[in-house]
Ligand binder design. Structure first.
Ligand SMILES: *Cc1c(COP(=O)(O)O)cnc(C)c1O
Length: 373
């Protein structure tokens, strides 16, 4: 495998694990279809490459958040795949969306009216998803808007409603009673759209037991190996990230490390400066509390994370593991995205979506075995 010696770190994306995760979710929710949520460049992993792997595994539904993402991805999808835009359309974007053949999620009456007007002006029906707010207060039609729509169903004339959807606020916690409340309310609301397929679940909802998953689940984080429900995580790891040691120094007790000298060595110490910093998406919040692994051994982050580097205390490591250029595991078998997220007081989603642009990205191909059931 060719190494790019000019980058900050080596990011490996295992498309076989991605496909295995897709198949695992598909088996869980069958006969519901699994859509790939590939917004934010497939959570930082590369929307085009990820979509291609999902296509080969049989995926035919893809969700992005914005029209600009749809414009970039649509040419890479075959005609029988559907590309949806979760955030809907900003006024004025309708013609471009219709032009590329993407399917907007209509989140408000005004968006329905604008999409219907576009359909009239083009003289053809336009496909759409209608999202309803079942309790998260984020996006989707409110109860008053649904009542207005019931009183004036002709507002949907010219719109081919392909899906009615909602989003769960607490799907990451299957024990939350909110899930059942939202599902029950959505069942009532969806009855207003007879015969229209339904979509409710994200990754957390898709892995919930003993519930109806509707016609299409929208899986994001679980495809990428993140934990849908916290520990234990049943998903296969997709991402591995290795930085490298740039420099090593031996310093006496009392020496300060990094900006603000927020770490003071309490003993004679060996400090390794490694090649990833917050400009590479590594959270500055792990200053003095994060970790990395060298030769499978945990080493602490000491001092503040800099823009392009951070320091590790490697005093306890044997010398043969320590040399300039030696790899340092930031994500991999010893340190998951969720573990880093916990160090940084955030969620795995944020760790993934912030992964840096200065990485050498290698995709491990999906093998036939990972596609076959
Ligand atoms: C991002 C998103 C998803 C995917 O959520 P995961 O938790 O990553 O599976 C599904 N549905 C909607 C509406 C979203 O915004």
């Amino acid at each position: 495998m060719a190494m790019d010696y000019g980058t900050a770190a080596d990011l490996r994306i295992d498309l076989g694990a991605l496909v295995a995760n897709y198949c695992m979710i598909a088996a869980q929710v069958a006969p519901s279809a699994v859509a790939g949520v590939v917004k934010a460049d497939a959570y930082g992993l590369g929307a085009i490459t990820v979509s291609r792997a999902l296509l080969e595994a049989g995926c035919r539904h893809f969700f992005v958040a914005h029209l600009c993402e749809a414009v970039a991805l649509k040419p890479h999808l075959p005609a029988d795949a559907t590309l949806y835009i979760l955030n809907g359309l900003r006024a004025g974007a309708e013609a471009e969306c219709a032009g590329i053949g993407a399917v907007p999620v209509l989140n408000a009456l005004a968006q329905i009216d604008a999409w219907a007007a576009t359909a009239r002006s083009l003289g053809r029906a336009l496909p759409a998803v209608v999202q309803v707010d079942s309790g998260m207060s984020r996006l989707g039609l409110m109860p008053e808007e649904l009542a207005t729509l019931r009183a004036g169903p002709e507002r949907l004339d010219g719109i081919d409603v392909q899906l009615v959807m909602t989003h769960l606020a607490c799907a990451d916690d299957p024990s939350s009673p909110v899930n059942a409340d939202q599902r029950a309310l959505f069942d009532q609301i969806a009855a207003q759209f007879p015969g229209v397929p339904r979509s409710i679940d994200n990754s957390g909802g898709a892995l919930a037991q003993d519930v109806q998953h509707g016609d299409i689940v929208r899986a994001g984080i679980a495809l990428y190996g993140g934990a849908p429900h916290g520990d234990p995580n049943p998903m296969a790891a997709v991402v591995a990230l290795d930085a490298y040691i740039m420099q090593l120094r031996q310093v006496p007790a009392g020496t300060g490390v990094g900006y603000g000298l927020t770490h003071r060595c309490d003993r004679p110490s060996r400090i390794a400066t490694i090649s990833v910093g917050y400009a590479d998406g590594w959270p500055r919040h792990v200053s003095n509390r994060g970790s990395a692994y060298i030769g499978g051994i945990r080493v602490p982050v000491v001092g503040r994370v800099s823009m392009d580097s951070m320091a590790l205390d490697v005093t306890d490591l044997s010398a043969d593991l320590l040399h300039p250029g030696a790899p340092v595991e930031l994500l991999g078998p010893h340190q998951t995205i969720d573990a880093v997220a916990a160090q940084a007081d955030t969620i795995g989603y944020e760790i993934l979506t912030r992964l840096g642009s200065r990485y050498d990205r290698t995709y491990l191909p999906a093998t036939l075995e990972s596609i076959e059931p």
